[in-house]
Design a protein around this ligand. Structure first.
Ligand code: ATP
Ligand code: MG
Length: 344
């Protein structure tokens, strides 16, 4: 194993989410889903939500959003999360997230948000046309985490800056209101063999659900032929694979494919290079497609099976929302008391 989860003890609580913004991809699987299951199986209490409030920071078709939410829930279950042990729920079904986010909007500083690189990337050249929600997204994310007083947040590398903001918000709330320790300062858990999977079309951009090019990513629902075709078309360079990882510096597309092979076959990158050094991508790509299909086929099959039974998914989500609210609502009640809001 290249990817040993930490051993958990004491009063820990794990929180993470995935946006209901489209098809899940290999980056979500390796950077998030697989890690959640490892944490759950190591005995950590996990709260995992489908981020539908986050999803609408960019346009989502209303008639598709609920189906997208169920699809993420199906991926949670298919990748090994057990609703008896982990709490799986839609973010919008627990009102406390949005309520705490408002208070945090008044704690976070504009200067902090101005530094967020993901907003700059996602808003592109026309920042004035982006939704206000896209700008304050990291504040809602802080509420998602702190409303459960979560101690650890497993995510991909792209969320690092947002998690630092969450820590700053927790600290400032505790200081401003004179309640030291009220919110824990949560630790980012950015680990695993592939915390930043890159696009198959551009080695400088991360693989994303919202990338307009479907060729940029391998979706969890792609069949074997589609995966093989996408890997074949993946951007590379004409050089053969080298013997060491150092020699892959500056070859971002090649490095990404080696990282993927290693993560999918549970080997180190060095072991992969030992096997393929001197060979070109013509030989390497079909093997990569094979390991991708082998690793993902069971998850994909289980996702399809689950999606054929939306009533079962809905039962899991409704039960999860109830259990999540039972933890989050008292925290928001306490925040309201701390802030000094009126109550009878
Ligand atoms: P979007 O493009 O809509 O933002 P996304 O692909 O970035 O979608 P999210 O729902 O924003 O997916 O992220 C869900 C989880 O997957 C987060 O923990 C995030 O860090 C992780 N993740 C997203 N993309 C990658 C990637 N390319 N490599 C590793 N982890 C990733
Ligand atoms: Mg994202």
């Amino acid at each position: 194993m290249t990817d040993t989860p930490p051993v958990y003890s004491g009063s820990r609580r794990i929180l993470s989410g995935i946006q209901a913004s489209g098809a899940l991809h290999l980056g979500n699987y390796l950077g998030a889903l697989k890690r959640f299951t490892q944490l759950q199986d190591a005995g950590a209490p996990c709260f995992l939500f489908v981020a539908d409030l986050h999803a609408i920071t960019v346009w989502q078709e209303p008639e598709k959003l609920a189906a997208q939410t169920r699809e993420i829930a199906a991926a949670y279950l298919a990748s090994g999360l057990d609703p008896a042990r982990s709490v799986i729920f839609p973010q919008s079904a627990v009102r406390a997230h949005a309520e705490l986010a408002w208070v945090f909007n008044c704690v976070a500083r504009l200067g902090w948000l101005d530094r967020m690189t993901q907003f700059k990337e996602k808003s592109g050249k026309h920042k004035e046309r982006a939704s206000v929600g896209l700008y304050t997204y990291p504040v809602l994310q802080a509420a998602d985490i702190l409303v459960y007083k979560a101690t650890e947040v497993p995510t991909g590398e792209d969320q690092k800056q947002h998690l630092e903001l969450t820590r700053d918000i927790a600290q400032k709330f505790n200081n401003d209101f004179g309640v030291p320790g009220f919110f824990p300062i949560p630790d980012p858990v950015i680990q695993g063999p592939a915390p930043r999977v890159m696009s198959l079309r551009d080695g400088q951009a991360k693989m994303s659900k919202s990338d307009p090019s479907d060729l940029s990513r391998i979706n969890l629902t792609d069949d074997a032929d589609t995966i093989a075709a996408k890997v074949r078309k993946a951007k590379t360079d004409p050089e053969p694979l080298p013997e060491t990882m150092e020699e892959l510096e500056g070859r971002s597309e090649a490095k990404n494919l080696v990282t993927l092979y290693a993560a999918l076959s549970d080997q180190t990158k060095e072991a992969v290079l030992a096997e393929f050094a001197g060979q070109g991508f013509g030989a390497f790509k079909p093997k990569l497609a094979e390991v991708a299909v082998a690793a993902m086929a069971p998850v994909t099959a289980e996702m399809r099976r689950l999606m054929a039974d939306p009533a079962e998914i809905d039962r899991v989500l409704a039960d999860g929302a109830e259990r999540a609210s039972a933890v989050a609502d008292p925290v928001v009640d306490e925040v309201k008391r701390i802030v000094g809001f009126w109550r009878a």
